[in-house]
Ligand binder design. Structure first.
Ligand code: NAD
Length: 517
């Protein structure tokens, strides 16, 4: 794919999504406010400046929150199925704009065009899910211990949901939150990653049009842009009852404390350190494909990327050799060119962290099986393209215990039973995604049992990455404990109320307490 084709495609995508080269930074829907300093978004694909947005100032932020508060009063009175209908229309708009948004995601973030499209498809899927959900926001009815009484619980809208998102899923994570929050009757304020602000402007334009067509007020979907300081405006703001934050564990610890200090709710989706266990009964073909996609897909920048392979000693050499061979076939380059498997890292900072991790693993006693390296020359001018690497390592190494957001895969051996592999798999602080490759029923069931994987996601004969929207998504331990997307994840976006109704002509007290005047 030539540079000229990329430039033409990007120009077309920006135009059809209504994204300017210079954008105001804060919005309550159709209205945009001029803010502070400009943030420039550079593409990791070719290093070019794509465009810029203005940082949200404190004054802008106040305007946004006040408008959102007003909008909430109107939005919560729109019936849930009607709110679902608006989300349905948003899904239609995403379908129409799938190629344009997928292209911009790929160019601004650096993931492959197919993955960019996949991300938009995920947005469509969660909208469809939310439409059905809009008729199912149900509570329970329970029997009262008092005669002539009825008890039930119901869910009400919460208010403003603050969303802080990471660069690696620049649009999907927002939609996981908003699609559910909107049908639940909440309004949303989004602070996207400062590394991917233009895809956020595009999403805001698409939803603003849908809300306007439905005569809905400003403030149902709001955007604020900037770095962590803008995120902090929300985490410290008691007008924002729920903050859903996706990003690093370092960020999550700060956000959790800020929100807890004002007794707000937080939903945390933080880093992972995901492993695949390969047992003697694994299907080798599936193992190799699953591991390679998990480790190099999105250039190792998924929260669910495979970082560790825990391989039984009896098949260790076979797996190792197959992986080394498979890595030789990887094509690294422009992610918009569908012939390439691996695109760039997000920026040069990420490249430095990748280089430091490779150095550290060797210093700690590891051995590089596939050496990495930074690519230079034609097509690699951005300086963000690196070679996926494989290292033999031990689980206790400091560097293995950390999440390095880059395509580095650590191989380690286990012997004996699958329990030994599970111990290694669980022997890290993070608890997002895990997988086992086995055709042995006993091994897979032990992996899934209460004594098995301690992660929020545990897969059998699938890699660690690539979750579907239908299940609740999230992880345990330092991954933060939050759940988003499918199943009953919607409940966090609502406040639960228990109601007891007395339809008798007596006033009996609970627990049989006597109180007469
Ligand atoms: P990051 O932590 O650097 O930034 C994430 C977001 O948090 C950004 O919008 C940033 O501006 C904001 N932020 C940072 N400090 C803040 C603070 N003190 N207060 C308020 N906001 C603050 O993460 P990143 O580099 O953009 O993304 C990569 C990380 O995200 C990885 O660790 C990855 O595993 C994680 N992630 C997790 C999931 C998940 O679902 N578990 C999904 C995607 C990414």
């Amino acid at each position: 794919m030539t540079t000229a084709t990329v430039v033409k495609d990007i120009e077309k995508a920006l135009q059809s999504l209504g994204v300017q080269r210079e954008n105001k930074g804060s919005s309550t829907g159709s209205q945009w406010f001029a803010g502070g300093d400009m943030i420039t978004s550079y593409s990791p694909v070719d290093g070019e400046a794509i465009g810029s947005v203005q940082m949200t100032t404190r004054e802008d932020y106040e305007k946004v929150v006040e408008t959102a508060e007003k909008a909430f009063k109107k939005w919560r009175s729109v019936t849930a199925p009607q709110r679902g209908e608006i989300v349905r229309q948003f899904a239609e708009s995403l379908r129409k704009n799938k190629e344009a948004l997928g292209t911009l995601v790929s160019y601004e973030m650096g993931k492959s065009y197919q993955e960019g499209l996949g991300e938009v498809q995920e947005m469509i899927d969660i909208c469809d899910f939310a439409v059905g959900l809009s008729r199912q926001l149900h509570g329970l009815t329970m029997h009262s211990e008092r005669p002539g009484h009825r008890m039930y619980e119901q869910y009400h809208p919460l208010g403003i949901v603050g969303i802080i998102s990471a660069f690696n899923f620049p649009v999907a994570v927002w939609s996981w939150n908003t699609a559910l929050a909107w049908v639940c009757g909440d309004v949303c304020i989004w602070k996207p990653s400062e590394k991917t602000p233009l895809t956020a402007v595009a999403c805001q334009n698409l939803i603003a049009e849908v809300l306007k067509d439905n005569d809905m007020p400003e403030g149902i979907s709001c955007l604020i842009t900037g770095d962590y300081k803008v995120g902090e405006m929300m985490t410290h703001d008691s007008r924002v009852p729920l903050v859903s934050a996706t990003g690093s564990i370092r960020m999550g610890k700060i956000v959790a404390q800020a929100v807890a200090a004002r007794l707000g709710k937080s939903l945390l989706e933080l880093g992972g350190n995901n492993a695949i266990i390969v047992t003697p009964d694994a299907d080798m073909k599936m193992t190799v494909i699953g591991a390679v996609f998990g480790a190099v897909g999105t250039c190792g920048q998924r929260c669910t990327s495979t970082r560790r392979l825990i391989i039984h000693e009896s098949v260790y050499d076979e797996v190792k050799n197959s992986l080394v061979d498979a890595y030789k076939q990887l094509r690294i380059g422009n992610p918009l060119d569908e012939n390439n498997h691996v695109g760039p890292l997000i920026d040069k900072d990420a490249v430095e962290k990748y280089q430091a991790a490779l150095k550290k693993v060797v210093e700690e006693g590891g051995k590089l099986l596939v050496e990495g390296g930074v690519l230079e020359g034609e097509g690699y001018e951005s300086g963000c393209y690196v070679k996926p690497a494989i290292a033999e390592a031990e689980n206790h190494f400091e560097i293995v215990q950390e999440e390095t957001f880059a395509p580095i895969l650590y191989l380690m051996k286990y012997s004996g039973d699958v329990e030994n592999a599970i111990d290694i798999q669980n022997g890290v602080k993070q608890g997002l995604s895990s997988a086992i490759m086995t055709t042995n029923l006993r091994e897979s069931e032990r992996f899934l049992s209460y004594a098995g994987s301690d992660c929020g996601i545990a897969n059998v004969n699938i890699g660690t990455s690539g979750a579907e929207i239908g299940g609740a998504f999230g992880g345990e331990k330092e991954t933060g404990g939050g759940r988003e997307s499918g199943s009953d994840a919607w409940k966090i976006y609502m406040r639960r109320q228990t109601n007891t109704i007395n339809y008798s002509d007596e006033l009996p007290l609970a627990q049989g307490i006597k109180f007469d005047l």
